[in-house]
Structures are given as C-alpha cells and as structure tokens.
Design a protein around this ligand. Sequence first.
Ligand SMILES: Cc1cc2nc3c(=O)[nH]c(=O)nc-3n(C[C@H](O)[C@H](O)[C@H](O)COP(=O)(O)OP(=O)(O)OC[C@H]3O[C@@H](n4cnc5c(N)ncnc54)[C@H](O)[C@@H]3O)c2cc1C
Length: 435
Amino acid sequence: MASSAFPVVRNIVRKCCSRPIYQPFRLKSSTSAASSSSSEIRPGETIYTDEHFQLRDSLRKVIEKDINPHVDEWEAAGQFPAHEVFKKLGDAGFLGVTKPTEYGGLGLDFSYSIALAEELGGINCGAIPMAVGVQTDMATPALATFGSDRVKREFLTPSITGDKVSCLGVSEVGGGSDVASIQTKAVKKGGDYVINGGKMWTTNGFQADWMCLLANTSDGPPHMNKSLICLPMDAKGITLAKRIDKLGMRSSDTAQVFFDDVHVPQEYIIGEEGMGFTYQMVQFQCERMFAAAAAILPLQAIIKETIEYTRSRKAFGQPILNNQSVHFTLAELETEVELIKSLLYRTVALYIQGNDVTKLASMCKLKVGRLSREVTDKCLQYWGGMGFTNDVLISRFYRDFRLLSIGGGADEVMLNIICKYMDTLPKPPKLKPKA
Ligand SMILES: Cc1cc2nc3c(=O)[nH]c(=O)nc-3n(C[C@H](O)[C@H](O)[C@H](O)COP(=O)(O)OP(=O)(O)OC[C@H]3O[C@@H](n4cnc5c(N)ncnc54)[C@H](O)[C@@H]3O)c2cc1C
C-alpha cells in the first residue's frame, strides 16, 4: 500500500515546490481552464488543483484497501488499531502534508490538509477520521509552528511518520467550553514541570504516545497563564480511567486521564510559557476547518443513499421519493451541503493567504454541526425502521455526527465567537469603585 501511494505524494510535492505553494484563486474563462496545466485550479473548485485530486485519489485507495474493509470489525471491538492505521497513513505521506519538510512533512499549504480531510470522510464511520484529524490538525499545528527543534524532532517527526500517536488534552471534568477555566497545573521544579490535574474526553487517549497538553503554568490572568506542553503518555503518574461509556463513536478511543505529580522536562514546552491559550485558539482554527471538511463526503453519501433507498422503497403504491416533501427536502439538504463547501473553501483560501479566519472558521463549524444533525435526522426518517438498525450507514452517522455540535467547541461557543467579531456580545458590567 505505502509503496504505491508514496511516489504519487512525492511527485505532487516536487511539482508544487517548483511553483509558489499557493496560487490564489482567479477567474478563468472555460477555454483557458480547459487548456490549463495540471497545477492550476479546476473550474468550479475554489482551492483544489489536479495535485489535490491526485492526493485525494491516493488516500481513497488506502481507505478502500486498508481501512473500510475493517471498520465493522473495529466498531464491534470498540476500538480501532491506531498505531497500525497511522503507520500506513504515515508511510504513504498523509500525516504531515502541511508540516515542515525538515521534520518529515511535505511542506504544502493548508488546502492540502483540507483536501485530505475531505477524503477521510470516505471512511465508513466518524471515529477514525476524527482520530486522524487529532494527529494532523488538532494536536500538532502549534507544535509545528511554535515548537523548538528538540520537541519537533522528538514528537512531531514520529507523529508524521505514524510511529507515534498523539492526543490533545484541553477539556477537563470541570468543563470544556470555558477553556480559560481549566484547572490542570504544571509547576516548575528543578528542570521539570510537575503536573497535577486531569483531562476528559481525550480522543486517542488510550493509544496515544504523547499528549499536547494545555496546563496552567502560573497564577496570572487566565488567558496568559497557560502553556502547551508535549507530555509523553508513559510518564510516571499518568493513569487512564476505564473506557468511557458512550452512545456514539463506537470505535473511538476516548479517555479520562489523571495526572498525579507527573514530571516532564521543561524543554518539552511548546513555544513561550504563558502563550498556551493563544496557541490553542490558533490551533482550534485548523480543527474547525478540518471538522467541516471531513463531514462533506458523508453528508453527500447519506443524501445519495437516501435517494436510492426511497426510490426503491414503495409506500401507498409509489416510491417514497415521489412525494414532493421528500425530494424537495433532499434538494434543500444538498443545497446546504454545497453552501458549506463554498464557505469552507473561501475560509481556507483566506487562511492560506495569512488572514484571520476565526469568524469564518467558527461559522463553518457551527453550520456543519447543525447541518449534520439536520441531514442525518431528516434522512433517517425516510429510512423508516431500517434507519434504526446497525446495518445502514445513516444510522452510524446519525450517532457519530451528533458530536459535531459539541466537540471542538459547542455551537453556542461558536456563536459567542461570531458575536465577538460582530461586536454584539454584551460586555461585562463595569464594577463601581467602592467609596
Ligand atoms: C467524542 C468526544 C471526543 C472529544 N475529544 C476531545 C479531545 O480529544 N480533546 C479535548 O480536549 N476535548 C475533547 N472533547 C471534549 C469537547 O471538546 C467538549 O465536550 C466540548 O468542548 C464541550 O465541553 P463540555 O462537554 O465540558 O460541555 P460544557 O462546557 O459543560 O457545556 C455543556 C453545554 O452547555 C452549553 N453552553 C456552553 N457554553 C455556553 C454559552 N456560553 N452559552 C450558551 N450555552 C453554552 C452548550 O450547549 C454545551 O454543549 C471530546 C468530546 C467528545 C464527546
């Protein structure tokens, strides 16, 4: 597998590196587009070139050969083999497309990550794309951008090759929405940080080799007292709670993690002390765009399968699809998916050009969460009793996609961010000084 996909990936890199990494979108006439070279953007697509599609084709082959045939078995087992799957993806060059070449990455721009995220949506469950996304776009962006050479060599390189599995430790038992209020502390002692506290809902937690940990490293103001630290998961003093019972994401690996006087060298900090909150907010942008991209293919597949099912299934002497309420609803849903795609591509294009896309990325995440709930709920309805069985894809995504309105920042948190950018969020009342 790896040997067949790898040359394609390397070839793409060679081509891309001989021209500016990102070619901004420009309008082309259909004639010039038809005669354009393979590295130019295809008509109708805002950010993807032929290289993006080649990369996606290679990933699709890996998914079809090495992942999808096993998904049912992993779902039944309640876990997928992260090291095995990540190694295959790493060998093929898929785990570090945007990461610096000196650490084993491909040095491409973020549109390539989004192209792969979209293709990961071809995996027949929600858990594995999310686990891969944690590795590529949630636990490692800050490390790649702000980390020292030492931490990059120790944690980034093996994460790109798929030899190490990473996880992200932000949410805690006390809350996930209010990131500034986390309680985990990392206190300097000798040459180490000593960590106490715990994390909750840690995706990949049971199989991870290291965690990108957000912890309080001082008692200062909550937005300036936090740091990101690379924490080896085999460090003494780390324990994991037994698997969390969950309704969804059956093959996902979501752990509660406890830290009891865990020592980690101070050199394992990512970037500057006290900048962790800011770095994490930057890192969240990649996570939110990833979440939107990975949902597109499943949403389209669900709509397509529902069309096929309702065309073949009859009630009251005619295909269910013939009811106007059914085909109009499916048309509405398809339209909404196209709108999300367009918003996502515009957001990514602006991000690559160096713009602050916090507002747009939050809008992508908000809309994809809501639309995923709407598509899965409305389509499941048209499957009737069949939609309630484990045999059909719609049922799995109805369960797994519920997460999109909660994880990585709940809908309400996205609305808060959007309101901040719209300057409509009420400011806290100023306290009158005591006389
Ligand atoms: C399967 C899964 C995987 C996850 N993986 C990870 C991971 O790898 N790493 C990690 O750090 N975290 C992870 N999370 C945690 C996730 O990010 C949090 O669940 C999420 O941020 C919400 O935090 P919470 O669950 O503590 O909800 P709370 O913060 O308790 O909020 C509960 C609800 O209150 C509402 N709410 C919150 N704030 C407001 C507001 N200002 N206004 C109005 N309503 C509000 C929202 O509806 C929200 O859903 C994961 C969660 C799940 C379920």
